[in-house]
Ligand binder design. Structure first.
Ligand code: MCA
Ligand code: AMP
Length: 514
């Protein structure tokens, strides 16, 4: 490796194990495909050569909305390798959402499924995208056809640590998504810290096997899980979709599993989850949403393992983690552990002063992992940083005398449903556009499966008659399904404070038990 090359791919490739013919990725039992480390090396070279042959400008964005597959992962790695900027998009996004992302990010290349090619290519070409390729779950499509004729050797593009590796869209409190710009340095530093904190074992230390069941269009499944495995030369068992029964079936071959709390509660609902199937496991990690203490305890009783909960954001990758090694402390349920090495975390009051130990306030962070800013939103970026360069997370929490961090709420109006973020302002914007709607408020209510789900309270215009089922159906036609409120209630009015602001706390108290 060129020591001055800060390209994340160079570091990941450097960690490939000495036996390059060993299995790097094994897919689920249905397809049963095996990919060796040589396959990873050659296929990322071919895809990187394809991207390189297109004459794209520096910093070009490669937008990707495809079903999860190993080839989609290879495309991510190839984008890094070629030095371009990876822009993954949730497969649930519909046309209005995609039009916004494509218009805002102006990707030079879009990769989508053959099924979506018609409408998406029209949208992308209109927005100035030069190339649209297809990639399907079954490894067909123009992307791989074009890559197949490329050379299988490629020199990793030189990148500086502060050059962009990826843009991850994270919805904004005003309703519009913001692209968090993450650099090669952000991602590599975080991956290296996690490798050491979570004790990832390289093959000569006995090796780890990651059971990968999360989507790969978010930080959790794409960066935290994949970088951990690759940076330690560990094998991955790759599931294109989460299925509790399949996960349990594959657990005896794995050592590491990562999930959002919904995955853990769905696994607990399976009688097949026993101490015996989990006996080979080294580590279960949870994050992206609060893990209920009941889930934490029941998991301990059923499997004998203590889930390690950690906390992060799209803008920062991982920030805190419960200890892996008993010598560093216990894994404490209901907390997200200690700030990771290199992360400075503080809790401030609304006036910007530190609160006393154990008191609640706004969580602010600084570190090599913290993003470069929001894509083409310098004012928004400036707003989210303090004068002394701490990033305002929008999470509210406390740090106890031993240093454990607990998240107690959010100052940002955000619902986290099954690990996906739903921004009420965005959903309200769509509801308010519907005929006969005067105004609306979307709140989060507790839900046994998704932790929290969106519920809409809608006020009709004078004389209008609203049909809740119709509102939900209209939203499903325009919005990603996970954002669509699971229930909609028509109300006479919304409670407001003296400033005229809707009092969501009053609504949550009134409707929170739905
Ligand atoms: C699916 N639906 C949902 C969700 N997922 N509704 C609300 N919240 C969701 N998360 C909708 C479906 O569209 C469907 O609606 C209905 O709910 C039932 O879907 P189901 O078949 O049960 O869902 P599924 O396909 O099994 O998916 C559930 C899931 C998935 C596996 C839990 O949501 C998931 O993979 N979540 C993980 C998200 C994640 O990776 N987050 C990390 C973000 P309809 O019938 O109308 O179609 S990264 C992050 O947060 C930070 C950085 C961090 O700290 O990690
Ligand atoms: P995202 O925008 O998808 O990156 O979501 C980041 C947000 O998820 C954070 O700001 C937190 O509000 C939340 N989050 C992530 N991990 C945890 C956790 N372990 N406990 C509670 N909230 C979490």
């Amino acid at each position: 490796m060129n020591p001055s090359n800060a390209n994340l791919f160079a570091a990941l490739r450097d960690a490939f194990p000495p036996d390059l013919d060993a299995v790097a990725i094994e897919t689920d039992t249905d397809t049963g495909l095996l990919y060796s480390w040589v396959d990873l090396e050659r296929s990322t070279a071919m895809l990187a050569n394809l991207l390189g042959s297109l004459g794209l400008p520096d910093g070009a964005r490669i937008a990707v909305q495809v079903e999860k597959s190993v080839e989609a992962l290879l495309l991510y790695l190839a984008t890094l390798r070629a030095g371009y900027v990876f822009l993954p998009l949730n497969t649930a996004y519909k046309s209005a959402e995609m039009a916004y992302f494509i218009g805002n990010a102006e990707p030079a290349v879009l990769v989508c499924t053959a099924q979506d090619f018609g409408w998406l290519s029209k949208l992308a070409f209109t927005a100035g995208t030069q190339y649209v390729f297809t990639l399907n779950e079954d490894r067909t499509g123009s992307l791989l056809e074009r890559a197949a004729v490329q050379p299988d050797q490629h020199t990793v593009a030189l990148r500086l640590a502060d050059e962009l590796a990826a843009i991850i869209y994270t919805s904004g409190t005003t309703g519009r998504s913001k692209g968090a710009m993450l650099t090669h340095g952000n991602l590599l530093s975080n991956a290296q810290v996690l490798k050491s904190c979570w004790g990832w074992r390289s093959p000569d230390e006995g090796g780890d096997v990651l059971l990968h069941a999360l989507p790969i269009f978010h930080v959790h499944g794409l960066f935290v899980a994949i970088h951990g495995a690759l940076l330690s030369g560990s094998k991955m068992i790759w599931l294109n979709k989460f299925d509790a029964k399949v996960v349990i079936q594959r657990l005896p071959e794995a050592t590491v599993f990562m999930g959002v709390p919904t995955l853990y509660s769905r696994l607990l609902a399976e009688p097949g989850l026993t101490r015996q199937v989990a006996a080979h496991m080294r580590l279960f990690i949870s994050g992206s949403a609060p893990l209920l203490i009941e889930t934490f305890k029941t998991w301990q009783e059923r499997t004998g393992h203590t889930i390690l909960e950690r906390y992060g954001m799209s803008e920062t990758a991982m920030l805190t983690s419960n200890p892996y090694r008993a010598s560093s402390g216990e894994r404490r349920g209901g907390t997200v552990g200690f700030p990771l090495p290199g992360v400075s975390l503080r809790v401030q009051d609304d006036g910007g002063h530190p609160v006393a130990v154990g008191d609640i306030g706004n969580i602010e962070v600084k570190g090599a992992n913290v993003f470069k800013g929001y894509w083409r939103m310098p004012e928004k970026t400036a707003e989210e940083f303090t004068a002394d360069a701490y990033f305002r997370t929008g999470d509210v929490g406390k740090v106890d005398a031993q240093g454990y961090v607990t998240i107690v709420g959010r100052s940002k109006d955000l619902i986290i449903s099954g690990g996906y973020n739903v921004y009420p302002a965005e959903v309200e914007g769509y509801i308010n556009e519907l005929p006969g709607v005067a105004e609306s408020a979307v709140i989060g209510v507790a839900h046994a499966d998704f932790g929290e789900v969106a519920v809409a309270l809608v006020v009709a215009q004078p004389g209008a008659v609203l049909e809740p089922g119709q509102i939900i159906a209209s939203l499903k036609a325009t919005l990603a399904n996970f954002k669509v409120p699971k229930q909609c209630l028509v109300v006479q009015e919304l409670p407001r404070n003296s400033m005229g602001k809707v009092q969501k706390n009053v609504l949550r108290a009134q409707f929170g038990k739905l």
